[in-house]
Structure formats: structure tokens, C-alpha cells
Design a protein around this ligand. Structure first.
Ligand SMILES: *[C@@H]1O[C@H](CO)[C@@H](O)[C@H](O)[C@H]1NC(C)=O
Ligand SMILES: *[C@@H]1O[C@H](CO)[C@@H](O)[C@H](O)[C@H]1NC(C)=O
Length: 426
């Protein structure tokens, strides 16, 4: 199926409009605005993506499903940021929020000056500057108001809202995923005379996975040899570090489920993902030998979107971060939900109770308790090898189809994207 990126939309080609992206420097946030850059640039609109050197490098290196270096009109600007501490995450912390990232978040406030400078540089040659900033970067983007031809468009990641003079809001979701809630938000926005667009998923929904490429990750080659819907992918994103004890329970539970798995075993990102050492968790003795043929453990950056898009993948055990939810739903893969913090418990409710395309592994009411190997075993079996699991998988596949139709030519998400582009190029 055709996808946003490959279309020549034939709308007014507005070279005079220039878009500046101001992402928040954490993986899930960097990724969403980079994916959005791909969508906007496919309309022949130049996009300027501005962050620190290390975060630009991180975003480009980790993006899935397309190559930002091959898109000529996405420009990266490396702004100087003061050096910041980049401590290791603490897997034993009683609070699962990744507070070790705070120094990197604090340092991002220093992007205000470089962003203002970039805007002043671009302004004289642009008809209109559109600034799309993460809702957590409002203060960094605030100088937009001093530039006559610049306009704000806020990208909402969470309900932070102290910036009242944005002209509209963008959401990485769509009607088929969250229709009733978007309608409620739209009513609220209308009363404030603000615009809103929801044209997610921002990520590509079809992957051209070249089986002959030498650069394919080993887990994709392994997936090629497995049966359809037979593998569960296990991964908890970039802001979670499990305790040694929890990792052991998970390891045993996966093994005892006797289901096939790809387990991405990583700690939370550090503020600077390229700096220093990482914790290497020891698995039970002989574990990887024992599960050989059944499962593989990946400790590097895994191509999650490609894994989820692979026909052999039939389930996803996930923390339910928003990027992961959107990727899984757009690939039609059901979720075994294990929320950790922030919006993840809420996303779990959407996935399991409202859309009914997943089941709960970790009940939020019991968030301080260990998830035992027995619970892992039971839930993996339920999702991958039961009638109930097949039902959930069927609903997820249906929803995935609806999402892919929505972003294709003539679909609702595509029409909202077109309407956003018409708005900024008016
Ligand atoms: C976490 O606690 C475990 C058990 O108490 C200990 O062995 C481990 O070294 C601790 N890890 C860190 C990073 O503090
Ligand atoms: C999650 O939902 C509750 C209401 O059920 C709400 O109060 C809270 O703000 C939400 N949290 C996030 C991070 O969206």
C-alpha cells in the first residue's frame, strides 16, 4: 500500500514556507518530530530540525523505516549545548521515571538562543516560518513571537500547556485510533479558536524490508525462518531499566512459555547515549544456549518497526510508550501491556479496554510488585497460543488495516495531513 512518503501530492508547492522542528531531547520525542519531518518534507517543503549534536546523531541513527540522509530537504542543525552530566539509570530506584535524564533535559533549555538565531537566519528568505515544537519545548521556542513571519504549531506529547499563543496543535494519532477523544479535544480547541490536526501514525506503515540487504539486523534474518505470527517481541523502550530480579523472572517466564521470542534487553537511555558504559545484565547461567532456536536476546538498538512489520511477529510485550503503541497498532500487532510510568498506564487502558487489541501483564494497581515468571509465562501463552489471544490478534490486524487505509490516498488521516499542509502554505 502506498504511504505518505512516496506520494507526490500535487498540492500547491509552497517553496516559500519553511518548517522548523524543535524536538525535546529524549528518544520517543526526537523520533516523533523526525518522523513528522519526513511527512512534511514529502510535500516539497524544506524542514529544519534543530537539536544538540548528540541528539541529532541519536535521532538519525535510530530512526526506523526510512533514511533521513536520503531526503534532501530535511536539514539538521546542530546547536551548541553546554555539556551535561549523563549518569547511568538506576534500576533499583523506587520511582520508575527516568530522573537520571534531568541534566540533559535542563541543558535543553539552553537551546533557546540557538533556536532564535536559526529563526532569524531563515526568516528573511522565507515567506512564512512554521515552528513545530514539542509541547515540552515551549520555553525554548518562545522567541517565535518576535519574528514577524513566524507561526507556532505545537506538537502535543503530553498535557503540558503554559504556552497560550500557539496557533494549532498536532497529534500523532488518528480517528480510527482515538476518534471520540479527538472529537472532544476538537470541541475544546474550537472554543479557544485554535486548530487541531491528528494525522498519525507519523511512522511509515509499510516497510520495504530488502531481504537481500547485508545490513539487515540478525533478528530480522532469524524472523525470516519462523512461522507466521509465531514470535512475540519483548521490549520496554528507552526509559525503563528493570531490576536484576525482574529480569530474571522475565527470562524464566519467557523460557517456560515455550513460545518464540525476540527480547530486546536494554537499560534506559543515558542523557548522552554515546557516552560511557552501560550496565550489562547477566542472564541465568546457560540461558541463551538453552533458548537457542526458540528465542534470541538483543542487546543493541533493535529495528522495532521492522520487527513489528514482519509477518512472523504476532505479539508485542511492551511498556506502552506512545511510539511503541502507534508502531504496533499500525503494523496490526496485539500488545501484552506492561506499563512503567508517565502516560503508559493510560495508554494501556486505551489498548486493552477501549480498543481491545491487547491484554494486561502488569496491573497498574499492583505496580510496585514483581511480575513473576509464572505471570509472564501465563500471559505470553495467552497472547500467543490461546483462542482469546487469536481474537485479540484478529482485532489488532483489523485495526492495523484501518490505520493503513487511513494514511493512504483518500483516507482520513491523509486528508488531515493535506489540510495541515494547505493551512501552513495558505
Ligand atoms: C541493585 O540491587 C541489587 C540487589 O540489591 C544489587 O546487586 C545491584 O548491584 C544494584 N544495582 C545498582 C546499579 O545499584
Ligand atoms: C491518565 O489518566 C488520568 C485519568 O484517568 C489523568 O488524571 C492523568 O492526568 C492521565 N495521565 C497522563 C500522563 O496523561
Amino acid at each position: 500500500m502506498a504511504d505518505h512518503h512516496h506520494q507526490n501530492h500535487g498540492l500547491k508547492q509552497a517553496q516559500q514556507v519553511v518548517v522548523v522542528m524543535v524536538p525535546f531531547p529524549a528518544q520517543g520525542h526526537l523520533n516523533q518530530l523526525l518522523q513528522l519531518s519526513r511527512l512534511v518534507s514529502s510535500y516539497n517543503i524544506p524542514v529544519h530540525y534543530v537539536s544538540s549534536a548528540t541528539h541529532n546523531r541519536q535521532a538519525k541513527l535510530r530512526v526506523h523505516g526510512w533514511n533521513p540522509l536520503a531526503v534532501a530537504n530535511v536539514h539538521f542543525h546542530e546547536s551548541p549545548t553546554p555539556s551535561f552530566l549523563s549518569p547511568l539509570p538506576n534500576p533499583n530506584s523506587s520511582i520508575p521515571f527516568p530522573s537520571h535524564l534531568q541534566p540533559a533535559f535542563d541543558a535543553s533549555l539552553h537551546l533557546r538562543e540557538p533556536v532564535a538565531t536559526l529563526l532569524r537566519t531563515l526568516s528573511p528568505t522565507a515567506g512564512r516560518l512554521i515552528v513545530i515544537h514539542d509541547s515540552l519545548m515551549s520555553s525554548v521556542a518562545q522567541d517565535v513571537v518576535s519574528i514577524p513571519n513566524a507561526e507556532f504549531t505545537k506538537f502535543i506529547n503530553s498535557q503540558h500547556d503554559y504556552m497560550k499563543f500557539d496557533s494549532g496543535r498536532l497529534y500523532n494519532t488518528c480517528q480510527v485510533m482515538e476518534g471520540p477523544y479527538l472529537d472532544l479535544l476538537a470541541r475544546e480547541e474550537m472554543s479557544r479558536k485554535k486548530k487541531q490536526w491528528a494525522f498519525g501514525p507519523f511512522n511509515p506503515v509499510t516497510i520495504s524490508d530488502n531481504k537481500k540487504s547485508n545490513h539487515r539486523h540478525k533478528c530480522l534474518k532469524w524472523l525470516d525462518k519462523q512461522g507466521e505470527n509465531s514470535v512475540i517481541c519483548v521490549s520496554f523502550g528507552t526509559t525503563t531499566s528493570l531490576t536484576n530480579e525482574q529480569i530474571k523472572e522475565l527470562a524464566v517466564g519467557l523460557e517456560q512459555s515455550r513460545q518464540k521470542f525476540i527480547w530486546v534487553l536494554r537499560d534506559a537511555d543515558k542523557g548522552d547515549v554515546f557516552a560511557g558504559e552501560e550496565r550489562r545484565v547477566e542472564l541465568p547461567k546457560g540461558y541463551e544456549e538453552r533458548v537457542k532456536g526458540k528465542g534470541i536476546v538483543v542487546r543493541d538498538w533493535a529495528p522495532q518497526l521492522e520487527i513489528l512489520g514482519h509477518p512472523s511477529t504476532g505479539g508485542f510485550m511492551s511498556h506502552c510508550g506512545w511510539n511503541s503503541c502507534v508502531e504496533s497498532l499500525s503494523m496490526g500487532v496485539p500488545i501484552a501491556a506492561w506499563p512503567m510510568h508517565s502516560d503508559q498506564p493510560n495508554n494501556t487502558v486505551l489498548i486493552t479496554k477501549l480498543l481491545k487489541v491487547g491484554l494486561v501483564v502488569k496491573d497498574w494497581a499492583r505496580r510496585d510488585e514483581l511480575v513473576t515468571s509464572l505471570m509472564v509465562e501465563k500471559d505470553v501463552k495467552k497472547l500467543m497460543a490461546s483462542k482469546e489471544g487469536d481474537e485479540v490478534r484478529r482485532r489488532a490486524a483489523d485495526l492495523g488495516g484501518a490505520i493503513r487505509r487511513s494514511v493512504a490516498e483518500g483516507g482520513q488521516s491523509r486528508m488531515e495531513l493535506d489540510s495541515f499542509i494547505i493551512h501552513i502554505t495558505r
